[in-house]
Design a protein around this ligand. Structure first.
Ligand SMILES: [Zn+2]
Length: 284
């Protein structure tokens, strides 16, 4: 079916009190393997194109790949820009057929983040494209972009931001980080609950840095309102480990199959974990 926008799949997740994974794709094989994992689990999927893929000239290419994969599937598929760097970049993605764009104004002062996010929302919503924004820079390194910044977002900033910006989804920093965690992260669930309970129309909440978070942490975050979880590092590692496992072979399709199987295994586990309802899991 044609691509759907982010709001549609996050509304689906909200109704079920589950989350949808957003997997970063860096090449065709990763995208195709992830689609196979989603098909096996029969769940919606968000393909995220990040700054590394864009820097290496893959914006249009990966957009074409995802549109082709979606056309061959009956599942809801979203094509999403991850950590959009500028208003202009979000427009380039909208033109390339993305159904969701993230604008990451988190390094900016709050007023400037609001001003630029409003502009992105206005353009995107005019053509049915969803918008994710970010508050409180998420620490760690992703695609070569490092943030130190405060590890947690301020509740009053969230309140100010969501009153001013009609964003469909909001990435919040609640103790999460990009990359793999060196020490077990502690998510501030109380802060998440306070955000959910703000006296405002709270957008769908997004957790970046899903790689390496324990299953229990994920379940608690989802049951407290996280609707989208980004996984980049673990998919990349699964791909590389799959390739390395076939290092002795001279047959390229042995390498491709090993990488594919490795990705499918990791992605299926994430899909299952994120999209299984709390009451179907028994005790948490
Ligand atoms: Zn991120």
């Amino acid at each position: 079916m044609p691509l759907v926008n982010l709001k549609e799949v996050l509304d689906w997740a909200e109704e079920r009190n589950v989350a949808v994974p957003a997997f970063n794709i860096d090449n065709i094989d990763i995208a195709q393997s992830l689609m196979m994992a989603a098909e096996e689990e029969r769940k919606p999927i968000i393909f995220a194109v990040g700054q590394g893929a864009i820097r290496t000239g893959r914006l249009e290419l990966l957009a074409g790949v995802v549109k082709t994969l979606a056309a061959g599937s009956s599942l809801p598929v979203v094509l999403h820009l991850d950590h959009g760097a500028s208003f202009e970049q979000t427009l380039a993605c909208i033109r390339a057929g993305f159904t969701s764009v993230m604008f990451d104004g988190s390094p900016l002062p709050l007023a400037e983040n609001i001003a630029q996010s409003v502009l992105v929302v206005r353009a995107a919503h005019a053509v049915g494209v969803s918008v994710e924004t970010e508050l409180g820079a998420i620490p760690g390194v992703e695609d070569g972009i490092a943030h130190s910044g405060p590890a947690k977002v301020s509740l009053s900033d969230v309140e100010t931001f969501i009153h001013a910006v009609d964003t469909d989804a909001l990435a919040v920093s609640i103790g999460n980080a990009h990359g793999m965690y060196k020490t077990a992260p502690k998510l501030d669930i109380e802060l998440l609950q306070k955000i959910r309970n703000l006296n405002a129309e709270v957008p769908h909440l997004v957790l970046h840095g899903g790689s390496g978070l324990g299953d229990g942490v994920i379940r608690t975050a989802v049951s407290n309102g996280i609707r989208k979880i980004n996984v980049a590092t673990e998919i990349r590692l699964a791909y590389l480990e799959g390739l390395h496992s076939a290092a002795g072979s001279q047959d390229i399709y042995t390498h491709i199959a090993a990488a594919r199987n490795s990705i499918i295994e990791v992605a299926r586990a994430k899909i299952l974990l994120f999209t299984t309802k709390a009451d179907e899991r028994g005790n948490l």
